[in-house]
Write a protein that binds this ligand. Sequence first.
Ligand code: SAH
Ligand code: MG
Length: 209
Amino acid sequence: MAIDETLFNRAKAAKGFMPDDEGLALHDAALVGAAVGPLLEIGTYCGKSAVYLGAAARAAATVVFTVDHHRGSEENQAGWPWHDPTVVDAGTGRMDTLPFFRRTIEDAGLEDVVIAVIGRSTTVARWWGRSLGFVFIDGGHAEDVAQADLVAWAPHLAVGGVLAIHDVFEDPADGGQAPFHVWQTALASGDYEDWRRTGSLRCLRRLSA
Ligand code: SAH
Ligand code: MG
């Protein structure tokens, strides 16, 4: 099913780190996962990818949970290339992307299907109690943080569900290696099949638990 045109335009206009073609691939993979269970994203930022996922969730009559502490990853802080000074709270000097996310989802009309969970990914995962049809790992890209997300969330992904990983670069010249290593770790477990790739987005299907 093609993405809703209005939502595609909203996603394209939103602040964030999701190229159009990868966003469409994310939407299509989420539709497949949605047949198995609800969707979950790690790394909300300002809600750009959440609009793609929300479009799929709405089409499939399910929901997407999106987890973020909204304080930015290491690579989003001042001095790093992915820093945006407009998302810094002037009162505290800390990053706060939550207001931007709220606006993105309100503008897209997706408040009924995109559900923000505000907190550290591994803490939320420890208390999570519902199996999922789709898990999208796009949180912190430091090696320990990214690997911890896989360890924490993989047990919650149902057999037949989809594991999507963003910013997978095999060549270090193209970007950091942690998401690529997470993809390798998942495949090496034997629990997934290598399913789809679009740009830096890789999707695996869960074969066994
Ligand atoms: N998916 C977004 C981009 C996410 S950027 C888009 O499409 O634009 C990565 C996000 O992960 C940041 O907002 C950061 O705050 C969040 N993050 C990093 N480490 C985290 C952790 N351990 N727990 C929760 N969120 C985390
Ligand atoms: Mg990303």
